[in-house]
Design a protein around this ligand. Structure first.
Ligand SMILES: Cc1cc2nc3c(=O)[nH]c(=O)nc-3n(C[C@H](O)[C@H](O)[C@H](O)COP(=O)(O)OP(=O)(O)OC[C@H]3O[C@@H](n4cnc5c(N)ncnc54)[C@H](O)[C@@H]3O)c2cc1C
Length: 496
């Protein structure tokens, strides 16, 4: 096992194209053009549309507001918008960075609200901070870093909304945690009725469970109380194994209290797909004094993105990247801090190509089903028209709270990044491949992740999320006019 070096983690990223396993996306894009044949999807439709990071989801909306407020002012702004939407019998949905990829944050013909306002109040005595729903993770790091703290769990990339992360059941790569919601103590939200409630594991428990991973369909989150942990200096270690040996070794690492952060990778070359795994772990250094301020990605991460993009259409580059990541990179990797490791913007991996878009998938696989996952991917992915660029493996512990848990037991989360042409044929083929993959993952007891393209069939959705009907029934009780709606509701939950 190689350990440490003299350069920062950024040096590793040059070789690895590593980053945190997610590729860049864009928040706002023009509309949806024609969908026939190989015609490029895109263009600017007439009227008012909202899109998301998929660039494939241009959806007509009625209005779009951005309340620059927190606390009481945000509560009133939410209530006013709710009243207006109800009077017009229109849906309403609140979004943050809109990096969900299937309209999960967009109300069709409705009232769209975008929240982006940082207000963070740390409480070192309780090890928590109160944060308003629209704050982004970069704001949280900016507030906690100077006082020596760090988010307990955040999703990778710092551009996303804190309430959004809670609302999709998102996870990160600190171990041994469940989804970020597991580190949320309470939320305050405005219900569809306009009532303000505080919900936690001991107060309004059902509302808390409905809101966590519930895609904004329960209430509009005003603020939340979330766990923080001490920031640390960390040093990386790298280990290459046969892919099939990864789960056992990963479990050992996750169970090791000396390791606070860990992730894995698999090789993505078509011919040898998923033969090898890389395990990267971070352990505290002996010297924890004078922890330096959090940095963001520098020129090296941007350089890494060129190597990453070089893989498109070039199998040789995939091999080369794997060699750099497993052999060269570890020699140059050095210590970093917990906050610096998580303080990565998505823009670093922007594809700079107007004809393509990065689309993510994620599958949650029980440890003992990992071999089945490897085989499913080998059987399904290489023949697809989309180009497979990366997979990152994370640990997610059991989600004991939400109605739509992707990890009903401990899982290995496989975050997969594809790049596809912005054409109708690419979209159709991608949908076909996604459904094939979901079928295979469901067969082995795994689940797929809901914030990405809505390609799953209704049957696949209900098999993956057996409590969805229960959630839909509770939602109808608190929102009889179905005012809080988005494309997850329209495409799947409305039919339950
Ligand atoms: C580049 C990239 C990196 C990613 N990294 C990770 C990762 O590391 N781990 C992971 O698990 N997932 C990851 N994802 C998936 C990601 O977690 C979700 O897409 C997440 O929602 C993105 O945050 P956002 O601010 O863009 O949310 P949005 O897309 O704006 O919203 C997501 C959902 O949250 C709801 N919501 C937002 N704000 C509120 C509020 N105040 N009150 C109530 N509901 C609200 C919305 O209605 C919507 O249903 C990633 C996605 C991308 C594209």
């Amino acid at each position: 096992m190689a350990r440490s070096g003299t350069f920062s983690r950024r040096a590793l990223l040059v070789g690895a194209g590593a980053l945190c396993g997610y590729a860049a996306g864009r928040g706002w894009a023009p509309g949806l053009g024609q969908l026939d044949g190989v015609t490029r999807i895109g263009g600017t439709p007439e009227g008012r549309f909202l899109n998301d990071a998929s660039e494939l989801q241009a959806t007509p909306i009625h209005s779009h507001t951005r309340p620059n407020a927190h606390g009481d002012a945000l509560i009133e702004a939410f209530r006013a918008e709710l009243r207006a939407a109800r009077e017009e019998s229109r849906p309403l949905c609140v979004s943050a960075a809109r990096h969900s990829m299937g309209g999960q944050a967009i109300p069709r013909d409705g009232h769209a609200i975008t929240v982006d306002n940082a207000w963070i109040e740390p409480d070192t005595a309780s090890g928590t901070y109160r944060v308003n729903g629209g704050a982004r993770w970069r704001d949280v790091i900016r507030a906690l870093d100077p006082i020596g703290y760090s988010p307990a769990v955040m999703q990778s990339n710092h551009d996303f909304g804190v309430a959004a992360t809670f609302s999709v059941g998102a996870h990160g790569w600190p171990v041994p945690y469940g989804p970020m919601g597991a580190t949320v103590r309470e939320v305050r939200m405005v219900l569809p009725s306009g009532d303000l409630v505080t919900a936690s594991r001991t107060e309004n428990t059902q509302l808390f469970q409905m809101a966590m991973g519930g895609y904004g369909l329960t209430g509009l989150i005003v603020d939340m109380v979330v766990d923080m942990v001490p920031n640390q200096r960390l040093s990386p270690a790298f280990e290459t194994t046969a892919a099939t040996d990864f789960p056992a070794r990963f479990r050992e690492v996750v169970d090791d209290p000396a390791i606070p952060m860990a992730y894995g990778r698999l090789n993505v070359t078509r011919e040898t797909l998923f033969d090898e795994a890389l395990l990267v772990t971070y352990a505290p250094t002996e010297d924890q004094s004078d922890i330096p301020p959090a940095t963001e990605s520098g020129w090296m991460s941007h350089a890494a993105s060129y190597l990453y993009r070089g893989q498109v259409g070039r199998e040789g580059m995939k091999d080369w990247r794997w060699w750099v990541e497993t052999s060269l990179g570890p020699r140059f990797a050095g210590e970093s801090t917990r906050n610096s490791l998580m303080n990565e913007p998505v823009v670093t991996l922007d594809d700079r190509d107007p004809t393509r878009v990065d689309i993510l998938h994620e599958y949650f696989v029980p440890f003992d089903a990992f071999d089945g996952f490897l085989q499913a991917c080998r059987d399904v992915i290489p023949d697809a028209f989309v180009e497979f660029l990366n997979v990152t493996l994370r640990f997610v512990d059991t989600d004991t709270d939400s109605y739509l848990p992707h990890s009903p037991g401990p899982t290995i989360a496989a975050v997969m990044s594809f790049t596809q042409e912005l054409t109708a044929r690419a979209e159709a083929d991608h949908a076909r491949m996604t459904r094939a993959l979901i079928d295979r993952i469901l067969e082995i007891g795994g689940r797929y992740y809901l914030p990405y393209r809505p390609h799953a069939t209704q049957d696949q959705f209900t098999r993956a999320y057996p409590r969805a009907a229960e959630l839909a029934a509770h939602k109808r009780e608190i929102d009889p006019t179905l005012t809080l709606r988005n494309n997850l509701w329209d495409s799947y939950m409305a039919h339950l």
